[in-house]
Design a protein around this ligand. Sequence first.
Ligand code: 5GP
Length: 239
Amino acid sequence: MEKRNELYAGKAKSVYTTDDENLLVLSFRNDTSAFDGKKMARLERKGAVNNQFNAFIMEKLAEAGIPTHFEKLLSAEEALVKRLDMFPIECVVRNISAGSICRRLGVEEGLDLNPPTYELFLKNDALGDPMINESVAHSFGWATPEQMEEMRALTLKVNDVLKALFLAGNMLLVDYKLEFGVFDGKIYLGDEFSPDGCRLWDKDTRESLDKDRFRKGLGDVVEGYEEVGRRLGMTFKYD
Ligand code: 5GP
């Protein structure tokens, strides 16, 4: 496999074409951002940590029968993935109230949500990723009702797998965001799963070990991500 041209540069990852039209290279950079790109920084080791963390999680999800775009790790910061046709939709599950739901509904942080909430947002930084629903996605042709139902089922299945995985490391999976796409007519989990796109709290102290450390200016951001990996039995490699 040969890496070719940069197809797209996101806020934290760059995507490259390869000599195989069905495969892409994801390159995880040290860049980080919050508040739809309004707060930006570079954090040493973050690209490597997120790439290897994502590979670890994608493999766990594949073992649990969830179709993912992940093919293999290529290096500390790069991974090979299937080229999906992505839905412009973010699927968010919350087990505990935090973040935007507290602002939107005026509820306090830290409430157990049982059953977990399932929300949809349009992936559009310029609009601040506005909340949508299945009807809106259907009317605008972003996804069919059948596709939305499958994304919902897969997102909730991910919750069962990952809540248990993190709990074994004495962590609470507070919430997370997933993105999906289509390859060969089938829905796959795409993008990434890392502490950039989820909230993880220490079960006893409720200390944040995720991107909230960056959003709230708490410091030790990548150290928090490495602590999550360590608790899951991972060891990270750096170039
Ligand atoms: P909230 O709606 O509270 O801002 O986010 C809910 C969860 O989804 C959090 O774990 C957050 O990290 C994740 N999330 C929501 N939108 C985005 C996004 O645009 N990018 C990333 N990386 N994560 C997001």
